[in-house]
Design a protein around this ligand. Structure first.
Ligand code: SF4
Ligand code: SF4
Length: 190
């Protein structure tokens, strides 16, 4: 690569890293020194195409597009194990969330079904103040064109009180709606 191209690529990489830091409210992936503790403790790492450590490295190298197109960011369960274990105090879970937001904005969603599930979950919480499981499952099945998926499990779950036929709305749902309205006002997509 010619010197001028290399300089350009490096500057672009720095700009992308700055974007992640800004969007995540100050998390600096540049602090990561690649020890791998995050990946060793991640309960979903076995299913990821890139480990959390590799995602940090991609960001440091300015290879943002590769990170944004990964399945990893959608499979992350936001459990915070990585963030708790990181010796450099990098909030990796927050970086994953930030990458999901940026990926959505740029149209790179590697796991469309999981993205739909996130949206349905949030809508349910906004409407009822808590998640309405039956509605969530039905919505997911309809969007996935499998309306009767797992339907045989419902009678037993209903009988055991694990599923409710109708949604239970919390008492002061207006406060939850206000949170969603504030996020939208600040440009958030929920
Ligand atoms: S635990 Fe922290 S320092 Fe270690 S690889 Fe993960 S992000 Fe980097
Ligand atoms: S927050 Fe995500 S990346 Fe971190 S340990 Fe949990 S599932 Fe893995």
């Amino acid at each position: 690569m010619e010197k001028i191209e290399l300089t350009k690529a490096l500057a672009q990489g720095q700009q992308m890293l700055a974007e992640v830091t800004h969007e995540s409210g100050g998390v600096r992936a540049s602090k990561c020194y690649q020890c791998g503790k995050c990946s060793a403790g991640c309960p979903v790492a076995f299913a990821m195409d890139k480990t959390p450590r590799e995602i940090m490295r991609l960001l440091q190298l300015g290879l943002m597009e590769e990170a944004l197109k990964s399945h990893t960011i959608w499979l992350c369960a936001s459990c915070d194990t990585c963030s708790t274990r990181c010796p450099r105090e990098v909030d990796i879970a927050k970086v994953m969330e930030t990458l999901r937001i940026i990926a959505k904005k740029k149209g790179y969603v590697a796991e469309k079904k999981l993205d739909q599930f996130h949206d349905l979950f949030l809508k349910s919480v906004e409407r009822n103040g808590r998640v309405y499981e039956m509605g969530l499952v039905l919505g997911r099945n309809i969007l996935g064109m499998q309306p009767f998926k797992d339907v045989e499990l419902s009678p037993a779950m209903l009988l055991k009180g694990k599923l409710a036929l109708l949604p239970h709305t919390i008492k002061d749902n207006g406060e939850v709606k206000k949170i969603f309205a504030n996020v939208r006002k600040r440009g958030g997509k929920v």
